[in-house]
Write a protein of this length. Structure first.
Length: 290
């Protein structure tokens, strides 16, 4: 996760500089979330913003002498809006007090696994007796260190409406198939075979990105990394207030899943514009809205 520091504007921090920044976050944080972790320890999540919706989050514990002991830190990007209202399951990672979330959203077709960015709030809710699953109000965001801008596929209004109808139909079939509807399973299998045949026929004379306009796929060995491509709905240029590095923040529509992405301007090939497509690798974060 530390490789994604550059995505929020810390592209080349020396260790001594980074240690000083972390100490400044601990000494003068913008937000503090505290939750009981045991009889003698209190979990604390200290956050400081360094620009529009970006910052560093330092997590650790307070001991009996009220001394803070840092365990880990990570860069975060606060997304906007509600990405999904499907049920979310949360499980603690083995190495430290941090969590991963999982959400089965039928629009994507795969289980979304993300790094839980607001562990402090989650632990507070859990101490109130809230179980580790069943949450249904999720905001996703992504940090990226490599990406490019692609031109859109030219479509008229009728083609766009037809694509939306097909997407809604496929989403409904996936929902029915997960409930055990055998007819829906067969229809999905036939649709996949037709899609494969269509791509095999067209790819001989066309570029793959003129056929496929959006996708959302797991990437690499890490469960919360994804290779995505989606249409840019909004974008803005912002700056890390400490380093002065320029950043892009984009809202993209990927398989009807709308979420925000932040990345360093130096890592993006091309210029973002509304209607163009973003293609890149992201580290997916998520915040539960309680």
């Amino acid at each position: 996760m530390h490789s994604y520091l550059r995505a929020i504007g810390f592209s080349k921090p020396e260790q001594k500089e980074l240690d000083q920044i972390l100490q400044d976050v601990i000494a003068s944080c913008d937000e503090k979330k505290i939750a009981e972790q045991g009889k003698n320890e209190i979990f604390a999540e200290l956050s400081r913003y360094f620009g529009m919706n970006i910052g560093l989050r330092v997590c650790g514990t307070y001991d009996e002498q009220d001394q803070f002991r840092m365990e880990y830190y990570f860069p975060y990007f606060a997304g906007s809006g509600i990405t999904s209202q499907e049920d979310v399951m949360v499980e603690q990672r083995s190495e430290k007090v941090c969590f991963s979330g999982a959400c089965d959203d039928v629009r994507v077709g795969v289980t979304l696994i993300f790094y839980l960015a607001n562990a402090g709030e989650y632990l507070t809710e859990r101490t109130k007796g809230t179980p580790g699953e069943g949450f249904s109000n999720l905001t996703l965001s992504g940090l990226s260190t490599e990406g490019k801008i692609l031109l859109p596929i030219q479509k008229n209004i009728a083609q766009r409406e037809r694509d939306q109808q097909l997407t809604r139909k496929r989403t409904q079939m996936i929902y029915e198939a997960r409930r055990g509807n055998e007819e829906a399973m067969e229809n999905l299998t036939m649709d996949d075979m037709d899609t494969y045949a269509m791509i095999s026929r067209r790819i001989a004379n066309e570029d793959i990105f003129s056929i496929v306009d959006t996708y959302f796929m797991p990437y690499g060995m890490e469960c919360d990394r994804y290779n995505v491509m989606g249409e840019i709905l909004e974008w803005m240029e912002t700056t890390n207030k400490l380093t002065g590095e320029k950043l892009y923040q984009m809202t993209i529509n990927c398989n009807d899943l709308i979420f925000d992405i932040c990345m360093n301007q130096e890592d993006l090939m091309g210029i973002p514009e509304v209607g163009r497509r973003f293609k890149g690798i992201i580290w997916l974060q998520g915040s539960l809205n309680f």
